[in-house]
Write a protein that binds this ligand. Structure first.
Ligand code: C2O
Ligand code: CU
Ligand code: CU
Length: 503
């Protein structure tokens, strides 16, 4: 099926060749907002005034056996309207799964959606059969495959994902990963948080309970009927992958959602709060800052706690990245409104979330100068280079790694478990590069040291236009077949993915 569908995709792009050539102008900055790779799709429906809708908290699921039902639901996103989402348990974002290091958990996904799905735990140290290989389709309940031969490991109605959770505490997330259709599926709502906790974190006096707030940040556009407007070529999201060529750089929305609500507002104590930030957008990057300016104290990255906190004025967050930060609302008088803004945005896309500091409160929390032990990876002799760029494979347009579109049967990196390699990522436009199975450490950006927000264990790194980023990566425990790819989901769906083999 993959070969067929790949051919289908490339054929469509070729047919649209004239417009595709024009769309390339976006990357040159003609209709692309600064700091973004992508173009804005404007909503046809009126959007609410910012900071009128309360900030929701996703539901929480715990235990060692968890069932998630993927289903269609009508939810209120724009006040007074209903939007149809594809949700884990019918919610957007899905429930937050909470687990503990060393306590294996099985998540059973049941697919009641009209299309096949693939659940992936992003940041999970997961055996290959549970990782969400893009062709391991979970077919909808009651559906039997129409093709005689499909290459992946098919499941019918339900699939059990086994997560050993032999990894440190971290902010992970789960989302759909179906070959060629990840962008539209995530856009429709298939994303949620998955937190791993451990004793190291428990022992720290960090803000907790109501003062630990998960923030799933993304952007969406709405059509005249208040439905998500995604410019998919095939609205059934089953056969022809890809988006209208105009959005091939990336689909940017004009409505910012936090935990599924448009520009929400939250009432908080005048005290320290821990914010777990996830950029769940398909393509939009955020540069987050507080107004009035409050220091953003970063305590963790994709792969859990840093060794020591790092203070930022603003924080760039690319699609797929997580930042664990502490902000102290005790530094402003009660009654202050503190707004989290996006310095890369203008108008509505500059606004994100508002905190109303409504009451004085006792605060026993602190951010210690030492947070955790972070082993420093020491690279061995193996070096590889991955060039992420717009591609023409034959006469077709798409996105490639080392000049090649995704080939599930091939391998672009044969690695040995336990060995630390140096991987170099090079780009044309922005590409947030994500590696499955194990996190990495940033060694250098353009030959200089890591950037201010590159610290700790990362699994997604924002590689900016024309940059060269070197990382040290070491795979452990599980032999098999994984992927690494660009986390701009339009790029990913348009072939910017590579197979990594571990043995
Ligand atoms: Cu967040 Cu391969 O994905
Ligand atoms: Cu992942
Ligand atoms: Cu990309």
């Amino acid at each position: 099926m993959n070969r067929l569908s790949r051919r289908g995709f490339l054929g469509v792009l070729a047919a649209a060749g004239g417009t595709a050539a024009l769309a390339g102008c976006g990357a040159l900055g003609i209709d692309t907002p600064p700091g973004q790779t992508g173009d804005v799709l404007r909503s046809a429906h009126p959007l609410p005034a910012p900071y009128t809708v309360p900030l929701p908290r996703p539901a929480t699921r715990t235990g060692t056996e968890i069932e998630i039902v993927q289903r269609v639901a009508d939810v209120e996103i724009l006040p007074g309207t209903r939007t149809t989402v594809w949700g884990y348990d019918g919610t957007f974002p899905g429930p937050t799964i909470e687990t503990r290091t060393g306590r294996p958990v099985t998540v059973r996904h049941r697919n009641e959606l009209p299309v096949p799905t693939v659940a992936h735990l992003h940041g999970g140290h997961t055996p290959p059969e549970s990782d969400g290989w893009p062709l391991d389709l979970l077919l909808p309940v009651g559906e039997t495959p129409s093709h005689a031969h499909m290459p992946g490991d098919l499941a019918y109605g339900t699939r059990d994902h086994h997560y050993p959770q032999n990894q440190r505490a971290a902010t992970l997330w789960y989302h759909d990963h179906r070959m060629d259709f990840t962008g539209p599926a995530v856009y429709k709502g298939l994303a949620g948080l998955h937190l791993v906790r451990d004793e190291v974190e428990d022992a720290l006096p960090l803000p907790r309970g109501d003062r630990e707030i998960p923030l799933v940040v993304c952007d969406r556009s709405f059509d005249a009927d208040a439905q998500f407007a995604y410019p998919a070529l095939d609205r059934s999201l089953r056969r022809v992958p890809g988006v209208d060529p105009e959005w091939m750089e990336g689909v940017l929305g004009d409505c910012i959602l936090v935990n599924g609500a448009p520009w929400p507002v939250a009432e908080v104590d005048a005290a320290r709060h821990r914010l777990r930030l996830l950029n769940a957008a398909n393509a939009r990057r955020f540069s987050l800052a507080f107004e009035p300016a409050l220091p953003i104290v970063q305590i963790g990255s994709d792969g859990g706690l840093l060794a020591a906190p790092v203070t930022h004025r603003s924080l760039d967050v690319a699609p797929g990245e997580r930042f664990d930060v502490v902000v102290d609302f005790g530094q402003v008088p009660v009654g202050t409104e503190v707004t989290l803004v996006n310095l890369l945005g203008t108008g509505g896309t500059r606004e994100v979330l508002r905190f109303r500091v409504v009451r004085a409160a006792r605060d026993d929390s602190a951010v210690p100068a030492r947070l955790s032990e972070v082993e420093t990876l020491v690279p061995g002799p193996v070096r590889r280079e991955f060039v992420f760029r717009r591609g023409t494979t034959g006469d077709h347009r798409g996105w490639t790694i080392n000049g090649r579109p995704f080939d599930p049967d091939g391998s672009q990196a044969d690695t040995r478990l336990g060995e630390t390699e140096v991987w170099r990522f090079r780009t044309d436009v922005h590409h947030p590069v994500h590696v499955h199975l194990d996190p990495f450490q940033v060694l250098a950006r353009n030959g200089a040291g890591p950037g201010p927000s590159d610290g700790g264990w990362k699994d997604t790194v924002d590689v900016r236009p024309g940059e060269i980023v070197d990382v040290a990566v070491r795979f452990t425990d599980y032999a098999g077949r994984y992927v690494m790819h660009c986390h701009n989901l339009e790029h990913e769906d348009m072939a910017m993915m590579a197979t990594v083999r571990t043995r």
